[in-house]
Design a protein around this ligand. Structure first.
Ligand SMILES: Cc1ncc(COP(=O)(O)O)c(C=O)c1O
Length: 482
């Protein structure tokens, strides 16, 4: 039989799994680019694809870790520069690598005890997990060594937060009778992975008009509906700050989620990859709010977002608190996830080391500190400014409203008016064809029946937004009134 006649049955869940962030709209954008048209990829939170420069400190250390032979060479250059003003002028400050960075790279390599081409332990390098634990303790005010102190043995380094989410969902879901609660709208990693694992997505609906707020009543309602349908809810996913809504949860809501989970014997999955993207608001971690409550918590962080924007490096971590025991065994979730991690051998080493840098910024007074702070603050300020520009633009668009505070990297405006017989997918496609702006329609994240939205990442350079926004406003007002 020739391959063209061969029809192989495959996993139906994989066939039906959807991931709009890389779906038909971005696929069409890629076609347009092939035809030589300019597009603006706001469909995904990929900062460096839109011109965000990497933080110099990260790249200097990472490049030395990849090529340790440069450490001595750079030391030699520094000596030369300090002795010879002409050499200093020729080489220039910008290209020089500080003694702090050189010492740090050397220290990392000697602690690792190998080159970065070597596998690490399955759960990641111990000293990196230790640094993550210190970061969590500092962030959440936990006494190191105290009862709430983060435990490096309950931290897993992962290829981005996505891998952590896959591990925990694969472990929890035994079949279609198992439900995972997800907010609507949600980041489609969750819907897609739940589908791939043959589980059931149980929706809960934060209230858009009050800024995507929810309370225990909303959670109980969704749990009750699931129970009536014969579904056993195993976990609740919370994305804070939210993707696609940008909503930032307050302490009261987080406490309610934890109590709800505790009372119903379910696991809290807290996706906190946008914890730096709060623009003046306060981020409260689930670990901090959990305190000594005996509720299982899995939380994620990542090098992809914040001001780091290193999503191509695929680094992240997952922290477990109160890991439960798997039924029918005496194995804790920690041990089973360790086994899952072992199957992939380990997450990539450069990603692990990038996590180390994320959680160990240069200390105040060190040579790279001033530039690091300057770059960090400029990126975060610019993100906020760009969100504000877009929000101002929405005010000039007929029947567009954007609720809630600015968080994460996205705005999720509601399209209150569309031509008869069209939906948000048609709108986003037409917007792409007309302006090159590549967004994702609300249905890709889930939305309340009868509503229409789009998600836009506020990442393009300001000048690009200034150029495209008037064209978008014009397109919008013509499209919805045609
Ligand atoms: C809410 C959320 N979680 C997880 C991820 C995936 O992050 P990573 O690149 O760390 O896998 C994303 C990416 O956009 C996200 O928005």
């Amino acid at each position: 039989m020739s391959v063209s006649e061969l029809k192989i049955p495959v996993n139906q869940n994989i066939l039906e799994m959807e991931y709009a962030v890389r779906g038909p709209i971005p696929i069409r954008a890629a076609e347009l680019r092939k035809q030589g048209k300019q597009t603006i990829p706001c469909n995904i939170g990929n900062p460096q694809a839109l011109g965000q420069d990497p933080i110099a400190f990260y790249r200097q250390v990472l490049s030395l870790l990849e090529d340790p032979s440069r450490i001595e060479r750079e030391r030699g250059i520094n000596r030369l520069m300090s002795q010879d003003p002409e050499a200093q002028a020729a080489i220039g400050e910008a290209g020089s690598i500080s003694g702090y960075v050189l010492d740090l790279a050397e220290k990392i390599l000697s602690t690792h005890g190998a080159n970065v081409g070597a596998y690490s332990e399955s759960n990641g390098l111990f000293f990196v997990r230790e640094a993550v634990a210190n970061f969590i303790n500092e962030r959440d005010g936990f006494d190191p060594g105290g009862p709430l102190s983060a435990d490096p043995e309950r931290i897993f380094l992962t290829d981005g937060a996505s891998e952590g989410a896959r591990h925990i969902l694969q472990l929890l879901i035994t079949g279609p009778g198992d439900g995972i609660m997800v907010p609507i709208p949600q980041y489609p990693l969750y819907s897609a992975t739940i589908r791939a694992c043959d589980g059931t997505q149980v929706n809960y609906y934060p209230d858009e008009e009050t800024g995507w707020v929810f309370d225990r009543g909303i959670l109980e309602e969704s749990l009750e509906t699931a129970k009536k349908d014969g579904i056993t809810v195993k976990a609740i996913v919370v994305i804070n700050p939210g993707n696609p809504t940008g909503a930032i949860l307050d302490r009261k809501t987080i406490d309610e989620v934890i109590d709800f989970a505790g009372d119903n014997g379910i696991v809290v999955i807290a996706d906190e990859v946008y914890q730096e993207n709060v623009y003046g608001a306060e981020f409260v971690s689930f670990a901090k709010a959990l305190g000594d409550r005996d509720v299982p918590l899995v939380s994620f962080h990542s090098v992809s977002k914040g001001f780091y924007g290193e999503c191509g490096h695929r680094g992240g971590y997952m922290e477990l608190r109160n890991p439960p025991t798997a039924a029918g065994t005496d194995l804790s979730f920690r041990d089973i996830i360790f086994k899952q991690a072992s199957v992939a051998l380990c997450s990539n080493l450069v990603g692990q080391l990038m996590v180390y840098l994320m959680v160990s910024p240069p200390p105040e007074g060190s040579e790279p500190y001033a530039l690091y702070v300057q770059e960090r603050d400029a990126i975060l300020q610019e993100l906020e400014d760009k969100a504000t520009m877009l929000r101002e633009g929405f005010k000039q668009m007929d029947s567009v409203e954007c609720f809630g505070r600015t968080g994460a990297m996205y705005l999720f405006p509601r399209l209150g008016k569309l031509p008869e017989g069209t939906n948000d997918f048609d709108y986003c496609m037409a917007l792409l064809e007309e302006t090159g702006l590549t967004t994702v329609n609300g249905a890709g994240f889930g939305q309340k029946e009868g509503t229409h939205h789009l998600r836009i990442a506020f990442l393009p350079p300001k000048e690009m937004i200034e150029e495209v926004l008037p064209r978008w406003i014009q397109f919008h007002n013509e499209y919805v009134n045609r």
